[in-house]
Design a protein around this ligand. Structure first.
Ligand SMILES: Nc1ncnc2c1ncn2[C@@H]1O[C@H](COP(=O)(O)OP(=O)(O)OP(=O)(O)O)[C@@H](O)[C@H]1O
Ligand SMILES: [Mg+2]
Length: 338
């Protein structure tokens, strides 16, 4: 079986760890330093895989992990998921929390049902806190829905009440940005973001060398072709394994796969001016900012915000002063073809 995975959203067999990010989130949650983290990055950069890896690393004796979907009533789902475990049901019963109004749990004699979900959850979390439990909410692919806003504003209140609640989210930059700019969600505005970095090229080379059984120098050459882009690491590995060696066919398959499965999608999500900047960058000789601006036909006031936004989306890298480059492998070729 091919050890490299073309599937999105689940931890691949050939996994390259991200110890810095994982430890940072884990330590800050465990020490109570930080109640929220947001993982952002371009499509296919490994947000979901990183989140999954982090949430799996928490000790389940102490931590309760609940995944929520921003397209559904998150508070209600949280309450019913907490109430779906027998040990917790016992805790809520003993704390005399009557959730029957919401169609969750059982009637408790002599106790009026709670009719406000925020109140109910606050009581449930207090009861769990007394038992030394902490609740970690995970939201993959956050979007700025009304449910998400309601959830976030309740979350803000729970944190103020010092309840043991933590939130880990992933999302595309533009979606996270839209949510963070909601007026009433100021705490999210300050929430730390982890922008996913490319995978370490040396680690990729080590992996290819070992798994594909090739010398380290050749493996490094192949690793560089991926630019550290998580999805590209899997795709190139997959076709190299399948073909048994590097040749033109592997490179074509690799390219087509990237184009078809992610770049088309990324491209369709860009605005016209984003695209203009990308086109200008692909036409430029070496990505000099002044040259790209010139080629885009935009003036500085127009150009700069788009350049910055593309950097925040993780699509271009501006680490070298005065220059920009595409972060994704062969994206320049893709842009020229479009
Ligand atoms: N740390 C890693 N090591 C090796 N491969 C990885 C790693 N992280 C992600 N991948 C691979 O990259 C691909 C994309 O990962 P993932 O689904 O996490 O991306 P994503 O950022 O959540 O994308 P999207 O925005 O489309 O949801 C998958 O094929 C996955 O196997
Ligand atoms: Mg994802």
């Amino acid at each position: 079986m091919n050890p490299y995975s073309l599937a999105f959203g689940k931890k691949p067999e050939q996994y390259i760890s991200r110890p810095v990010e994982t430890e940072k989130i884990k330590n800050d949650f465990e020490s109570g330093n930080q109640p929220v983290y947001i993982i952002t990055g371009v499509r296919g950069s490994g947000k979901t895989v990183l989140m999954t890896d982090v949430i799996r690393s928490f000790d389940r004796k102490e931590w309760i992990v609940v995944e929520l979907n921003p397209k559904r009533d998150m508070l209600h789902t949280l309450a019913s998921k907490l109430n779906s475990e027998n040990t917790f049901v016992e805790i809520f019963k003993n704390a005399k929390i009557n959730l029957s109004f919401f169609g969750i749990g059982v009637e408790i004699k002599g106790v009026a049902p709670i009719t406000d979900m925020e109140v109910a959850l606050s009581k449930m979390l207090k009861a769990l806190d007394k038992k030394g439990k902490k609740v970690l909410i995970a939201v993959d692919e956050v979007i700025n829905t009304e449910y998400m806003q309601i959830f976030a504003s309740s979350f803000q209140i729970f944190i103020r009440e010092e309840l043991p609640l933590f939130l880990l989210m992933t999302g595309l930059y533009e979606n996270v940005d839209a949510l963070q700019n909601e007026d009433n969600l100021t705490f999210l505005h300050r929430a730390p973001k982890i922008e996913i970095r490319p995978l370490n090229i040396s680690y990729i080379a080590d992996n290819y060398s070992e798994v594909l059984n090739i010398d380290r120098e050749t493996a490094l050459e192949y690793a560089k072709l991926t630019k550290g882009y998580s999805f590209a690491f899997q795709v190139l590995g997959h076709f190299l394994w399948e073909n048994g060696r590097m040749d033109k066919k592997v490179m074509t398959e690799y390219k087509h796969y990237l184009f078809e499965y992610v770049y088309e999608k990324i491209w369709s999500e860009l605005s016209n001016n984003d695209k203009k900047v990308c086109r200008a960058l692909s036409e430029s000789k070496e990505g000099k900012v002044s040259e790209v601006k010139e080629l885009s036909g935009m003036d500085t006031n127009n150009f700069n915000p788009y350049r910055k936004r593309l950097i925040r989306r993780g699509l271009i890298n501006g680490d070298t002063y005065g220059y920009i480059i595409f972060t994704l492998p062969m994206f320049d070729e893709f842009v020229m073809d479009n």
